[in-house]
Ligand binder design. Sequence first.
Ligand code: AMP
Length: 308
Amino acid sequence: MKKTKPSSVVIVGSVALDSIQTPVESHTDMLGGSASYASVAASFFAPVKMVGVVGADFPKTCVQLFRKRGIDLAGLQIAEGKTFRWAGVYEWDYNTRRTLSTDLNVFEQFNPTLPADYCDAPFVMLGNIHPALQHCVLDQVRKPKFILCDTMNLWIETAKPELLRLLKRVDALCLNDSEARELTGLTSLVKAGRAILKLGPRYVVIKKGEHGALLFSNGDFFSAPAYPLEDIHDPTGAGDCFAGALIGHVAKGGAVTIAALRRAIIYGSVVASYNVECFSLKRLETLTSRDISRRYAEFIRLSRFHAP
Ligand code: AMP
């Protein structure tokens, strides 16, 4: 059978230096940001074109990691000033996270400009950044086949009108359970998922952290199990890896179908499950396609059951 060439994915989001504290460890100024995690995760499946901004202080080793993963960096601006910095602390359950500080730095003046060859990319991921910047990217792309949007509670609270306008322009929204509840005011995730479909997107993916994910569309509902994690060191970026691997895997096959999305959600969970095993993007640096295939197979084995 002839293999189809994977379509390219444009990914916009934050590129950050994160300082993270967990109950047992803390690390300062490590590579982070929604675009970093999502781009590296997607690069295991499809060619990635990154859009973002960093300051002059951005470490060369981080650029090297992106290059090693074959990521196109023509859309990564280097601005005068400091790279965006974010600091957070996790509680003992590794689920509850508090933001300690957000220093926008070069992000404050960021104006995403897509290089000409990015504008025809068939797959676009709007990683977590201000919805106004996500709109700005959509204004530049020409008829992509599939647009996936991520967001966070901050934008639901501070930029809801822009976010609601954005939902009418995207094919899929990926958000976590608390964000889905906050966006809709509904406690039931099933009701919240259906309510978000009415706001515009054809697909809604609700991530439930260590409890899996739900996929909603008009006519289909999929409840994906979670991969049982043994070794959590840093949950930062799990959501971005999930979304990046998801769109990367759909782009690899090229067809946007329910079956493709269901499979891609499991690949998203697999890459996210690896990412949390080390701080920052350290685990993704050594991850191989073989590791991904092995855990995907294990995932199927763990969640399969036979109807009587
Ligand atoms: P996640 O754990 O998937 O929610 O994503 C964590 C990443 O989001 C971190 O690496 C941060 O650098 C990044 N981040 C945190 N706050 C913001 C923000 N306001 N805008 C964009 N990215 C952010």
